[in-house]
Write a protein that binds this ligand. Structure first.
Ligand code: TYD
Length: 133
């Protein structure tokens, strides 16, 4: 499955920590967009879609959440529970984020500008489309 868990290096000194994401250092794509998900209500799942063109790097910069990743044939679950843990997701993976802790802040870096037409929001449509590849 085309995802990777990345160890985002801490740069720290007596003042505290800093973590950077940079193309070809610890982010495998050109970053065109960022968004962040926060104040997620208890029991809520987000995502539940696939993107035909976008690659993403997800980092729980505060708190934690889980990510269910599905490639149409199998499912894996990754826990994001540290600001030093990055989850790279390739194009055309179905993903769902859930189990957000109180105060979770999920930062998402994306390889594309936002384009609703690249989203597949119906799981059956996704399975059909990914199985043709
Ligand atoms: P949505 O795709 O439902 O979020 P999730 O990733 O949790 O599935 O997006 C929520 C709203 O935000 C929707 O109206 C589209 C808008 N949006 C943007 O305008 N730009 C973006 O980069 C993203 C990710 C969403």
């Amino acid at each position: 499955m085309n995802y990777k868990i990345l160890d985002m290096k801490f740069h720290g000194d007596a003042r505290g920590h800093l973590i950077s994401a940079q193309k070809d250092v610890n982010c495998p794509f050109d970053i065109k967009r960022i968004f962040y998900i926060f104040d997620t209500k208890p029991g809520v799942a987000r995502g539940a879609h696939a993107n035909r063109n976008s690659e993403f790097l997800l980092i729980a910069i505060n708190g934690s959440c889980k990510v269910k990743i599905d490639d149409g044939t199998k499912t894996e679950i990754v826990s994001l529970d540290s600001p030093s843990k990055g989850l790279y997701l390739d194009k055309m993976l179905w993903k769902e984020m859930y189990n957000f802790s109180y105060n979770a802040m999920l930062l998402v870096l994306a390889s594309t500008l936002y384009d609703e037409t690249e989203y597949i929001r119906n799981y059956n449509d996704y399975v059909k489309e990914v199985s043709k590849k």
